[in-house]
Design a protein around this ligand. Structure first.
Ligand SMILES: *[C@@H]1O[C@H](CO)[C@@H](O)[C@H](O)[C@H]1NC(C)=O
Ligand SMILES: *[C@@H]1O[C@H](CO)[C@@H](O)[C@H](O)[C@H]1NC(C)=O
Length: 270
């Protein structure tokens, strides 16, 4: 039996729905997953192929009020010294000279972290004494929190000498972080949370600056005072003390850390 077409017309069927339906929601979610999730993974893993990375952080630094000062008072090897370590002061005997010290730490930008240490010292001298050189060691507690929690004790060492006896030494510098190896990027790093000088030791070798600096420089993480321009002023009036004035800033640091995909990154997104 054969059919033949009598008449034909196209049919338009409209399906209406409001915009807020489960289907729209589903579509939006799928779109989001398509574009946002990979971005998130890329962002959280801090780049897929990077082996080393850096970040900026202002450290939390506190002066620990430990000080060691040695001043040469002649060219023949006479010296006077002072420290905050009672054992050392006892050993110094007649070379001990107590200076007047004033210390101030400031938070200049009100961000809760100290930015500047001002250290002033006046060393009384006998009539026949002159100052030819100064060695000053200060200790700090130094902390970082942004990636790994780094807690350490570190130092700043100042040394200046001149063939002409001085009246005053002015130092202005930054306490900079020195990393020999990248820092871990998570966890607690406190292997250097040990005293730079063992103040409980009754032995002179514990306070010998050569020994102190040697073992300090063996560390992979240290601070160093970068003070390019110490100013040595000559012409001390008879009977007046030798003055030392130091400004030490605690600047923002750039910290290197290794990138390790297994310990953070992709898994921690979800
Ligand atoms: C670091 O050492 C100080 C004193 O030596 C101690 O009070 C502090 O708890 C230590 N901090 C860490 C995180 O090890
Ligand atoms: C210091 O870094 C070296 C590699 O440069 C490493 O072999 C050594 O174990 C590190 N020392 C400490 C105490 O982490």
């Amino acid at each position: 039996m054969a059919f033949y077409e009598v008449y034909s017309h196209p049919v338009l069927v409209r399906y209406r729905s409001s915009v807020c339906t489960k289907a729209t929601l589903f579509l939006v979610v799928v779109l989001c997953l398509t574009y946002i999730a990979p971005l998130l993974v890329a962002y959280r893993s801090q780049g897929f192929w990077i082996k080393r990375n850096i970040y900026e952080e202002q450290p939390v630094v506190r002066f620990q009020y430990q000080t060691l000062l040695v001043a040469a008072t002649s060219l023949q090897g006479d010296y006077v010294a002072w420290s905050t370590f009672p054992h050392l002061n006892n050993m110094l005997g007649s070379n001990l000279r107590i200076p007047a010290v004033s210390v101030r730490e400031e938070d200049q930008n009100q961000d809760g972290k100290l930015d500047l240490l001002t250290f002033q010292l006046q060393l009384p001298l006998k009539a026949d004494e002159q100052v030819y050189s100064v060695q000053l060691l200060l200790t700090f507690s130094y902390q970082l929190f942004r990636m790994s929690t780094v807690v350490m004790q570190s130092l700043a060492f100042v040394q200046h000498s001149s063939p002409v006896p001085g009246a005053k030494l002015f130092i202005s510098g930054d306490l900079r972080l020195q990393q020999r190896t990248p820092l871990p990027h998570w966890g607690l790093y406190n292997i250097y949370n040990v005293s730079v000088i063992d103040g409980s030791s009754p032995f002179a070798s514990a306070y010998d600056l050569t020994n102190v600096m040697r073992s300090y420089q063996e560390r992979n993480l240290t601070t160093v005072l970068s003070s390019p321009t110490p100013v040595w002023t000559v012409g001390r009036a008879a009977g007046s003390p030798f003055e030392l004035y130091a400004e030490i800033r605690y600047p923002l640091e750039i910290i290197r850390y290794p990138f390790n995909k297994n310990s953070e990154g992709i898994e921690s997104v979800f």
